[in-house]
Design a protein around this ligand. Structure first.
Ligand code: FES
Length: 568
């Protein structure tokens, strides 16, 4: 076994002396790292990422496992993206964090790497970066929080939207809101519903990038630490076997992840992150694959926001292994996973302990799951809708557009009693796409106009070039591509235009003559702000459209693990 790290620690002369001597300032004896697999632990711990706040403890468990298996662990920090705090939106920095991860892995004497992922963007950014290096890699998710408990009821992140709407409508006082928020996040871990973080954790397990059970063990459950220890054991073996990301991430593995994500009612953000990961590892995945593969997949996990239960319940019911076993006839069962076993081998003995939480494929909670990819003149490259979160009667709808040019325009006018809107209107929000905002924030489930809320209206067709929180719901069309800032038809929608949404036929159409659309396009001028310096300028110049995963054009693919120049 020729270790990559021997290019540092195995050298003679001045260079080897320098590489080894500075490692010894931590009191590390030579035999700890010379000739042993050096395992990086890529840690997104940060007090500004509360969902990952327990990661130093988790990293220690990984280290114990690595030492036990004869490896040498080295923990290193990378940019951590805390979904709730980072402004203007964590998505703006996903690609930046992925560059940090890629360069940190390649530049250092690391033979294998364990990625500690949790809050939404910390998963795709780390996996994207690692894919562009492609050394043996194993992922551990931080695990969901325990279910929130408020006044005798279970609550979770999905209730944020309901609570805030109730507060706006005067049904919930500010004091009640404070009490609810204290009850919602009562333990370590990420959001406890099938939001984006849980969808990412399921994505990791169904891709085969973690040990089985990774997706749902609560952060506060001791078995999460055991999984971390066992992952530390396993990554050392993976280095010896030279089992790399590219050996695991086949097109079939991506297809498995799409099927699993549909069955658990995963977030729309899954689409954009999976496309970006595929782009890094060189798998030809397209937005149309999501529609094709999730079309016939039923919703079998009864989890919020599409269902009733929480991630904690999913774990007690058998976790993702029970889901994977139920999906057996729909999966590529011979895909290899990080433990060296196939999907079939990993899940053949899994059991479902609660059919209230995990149903059968034959008798699902909802026959409708996954994503619909809409096409039409309003979204030439596609747009995404999550049918299980939509109101059935609105999935075939024609209505007049009420257009907001940007988020500030929306905030200014949405609650205006004079706003010309009714329940049949279609709310359109422009300039919240990758380039336009920039960073594609989660504002696509536009808050309902107050005057309609007061009338008891709970859903309307809403369309934007932005994203939606994985915990959001409604008849919401997202990820319109090309975005308004790129000057497609979406950019020229005006108040009063008729818009046709037909989910069954996959149509999103602006119902005005082509000549009028072309006339408007000729007169169109971008209205978004272009940054003149720094990272945001780089972002706006290089970010691709949503249907391609919103990665940077220059980051597609991999540069491998070889360090090209060696100054020492
Ligand atoms: Fe971190 Fe929801 S805010 S997972």
């Amino acid at each position: 076994m020729k270790l990559r790290s021997s290019g540092w620690f195995g050298r003679t002369g001045k260079d080897g002396l320098i590489y080894r001597a500075w490692m010894k300032n931590q009191g590390t004896p030579s035999h700890f790292f010379e000739g042993k697999p050096v395992i990086g632990i890529c840690n997104t711990w940060s007090e500004l990422t509360p969902c990952n706040g327990h990661f130093r403890e988790l990293a220690q468990c990984v280290k114990n496992g690595i030492y036990e298996a004869g490896g040498f662990p080295v923990e290193f920090p990378v940019m951590s993206l805390g979904e709730t705090l980072i402004k203007p939106t964590a998505m703006l920095f996903r690609n930046l964090a992925s560059m940090d991860v890629e360069e940190s892995i390649r530049a250092n004497p690391i033979d294998g790497v364990v990625l500690l992922c949790g809050c939404d963007k910390t998963t795709p950014s780390l996996v994207m970066g690692a894919c562009s290096v492609n050394i043996p890699t194993l992922v551990i998710s931080g695990g969901p929080m325990l279910t929130g408990k408020f006044r005798g009821k279970n609550i979770g992140t999905s209730d944020v939207w309901r609570f805030s709407e109730d507060n706006r409508a005067g049904k919930m006082s500010q004091e009640e809101l404070y009490a609810a928020e204290a009850a919602m996040c009562r333990s370590d871990g990420h959001c406890a519903v099938m939001g984006t973080a849980s969808s990412m954790a399921c994505m990791i397990e169904s891709l085969g990038l973690s040990l089985p059970e990774n997706a749902a063990i609560p952060a506060a459950d001791a078995r999460r630490k055991t999984l971390a220890h066992l992952s530390g054991n396993r990554i050392v073996e993976m280095v010896k076997e030279d089992l790399k990301l590219s050996d695991i991430l086949s097109k079939q593995a991506f297809e498995n992840a799409i099927v699993a994500n549909a069955a658990v009612g995963g977030s729309t953000n899954f689409v954009i992150h999976l496309l970006a990961i595929a782009g890094r590892i060189g798998v030809d995945l397209t937005i149309d694959d999501f529609d094709r593969l999730s079309k016939n997949i039923p919703l079998i996990a009864n989890l919020q926001p599409s269902g009733k239960y929480f991630m904690e319940d999913l774990y007690y019911a058998g976790g993702l292994p029970a889901v994977m076993k139920e999906l057996k006839s729909l999966l590529h069962n011979d895909c290899i996973t990080v433990n060296g076993k196939t999907v079939a081998e990993n899940y053949e003995h899994s059991e479902n302990y609660n059919d209230e939480v995990i149903s059968s494929v034959e008798n699902p909670f909802n026959p409708v799951a996954g994503f619909v990819v809409l096409k039409g003149n309003l979204c030439e490259n596609g747009a995404v809708l999550k049918p299980s979160a939509a109101t059935p009667h609105l999935t075939q709808h024609t209505g007049k557009a009420v257009v907001f040019e940007n988020i500030e325009d929306l905030k200014r006018r949405i609650d205006d009693p004079e706003l010309d809107v009714d329940e049949n209107s279609v709310l359109v929000l422009k300039n919240v796409g990758p380039k336009g905002y920039p960073g594609m924030p989660e504002v696509g489930n536009i808050g309902m106009p107050k005057k309609l809320l007061d009338k008891g209206v709970t859903d309307m067709v809403r369309i934007s070039d932005g994203r939606m929180s994985g915990t959001g719901f409604g008849t919401v069309v997202l990820h319109v591509s090309p975005e308004a800032a790129a000057g497609g038809t979406f950019a020229v929608v005006e108040d009063g235009d008729m818009i046709i949404l037909d989910v069954a036929k996959r149509i999103l159409q602006l119902d005005i003559p082509d000549e009028e659309i072309n006339r408007r396009k000729q007169n169109w001028k971008p209205s978004h702000k272009e940054e003149k310096r720094g990272y945001v300028q780089l972002y706006q110049q290089h970010v691709e459209q949503a249907h391609l995963g919103a990665d940077f054009d220059f980051l597609k693919g991999a540069s491998g693990s070889k360090v090209v120049r060696d100054s020492h």
